[in-house]
Design a protein around this ligand. Sequence first.
Ligand code: HEC
Length: 153
Amino acid sequence: MTRFSFLSALVIAATSTAALAQDGPTAEQKARQGMMRIMALNMGVLGGMAKGEMPFDAAKAQGSADTLVAVSGIHQGNLWPQGSGMDDSMTSEALGTIWEKPQEFASDWSAFGEAASGLQAAVAGGQAALGPAMGKAGKACSGCHETFRKKQE
Ligand code: HEC
């Protein structure tokens, strides 16, 4: 490669990196961030009922818990490609630790699944049973965020 073409290759590489940054989140980032938002929305409904800020509605609670269980079954392998975290992308809060400790990340995801099943079972016990199950689920969220997501201000 001549000096000139080597330099043009660098310029092209720099241009495409800039373009990437402007294109917004990748399909994988959008999918996993949307998935997290579905989780947060349903946790919010259950949390509102657990705290008595919202009247307990068994069907609504069941639907929310069922949704969390369903989301916990989403195959995570396609959502977290290497190089899609915040070290390489401006549109992610995922820490590089995800790719350094894949087993811990997978076990934190399983812990969320177990907590979601706990919520599903708790709904039958009414409003009083929701609180303790929500406590466990909240810990499953924050436990993973602690290690694998950018600290929130
Ligand atoms: C196994 C790890 C893990 C678990 C469990 C987990 N999260 Fe996350 N969450 C992440 C990571 C990593 C990100 C950053 C993703 C990104 O920006 O690419 C994130 C991002 C988010 C976001 C921001 C989404 C956005 O729009 O950018 C919300 C909201 C969220 N999580 C809520 C929750 C809630 C609620 C729970 C529990 C019900 C939960 N998460 C459980 C790892 C996890």
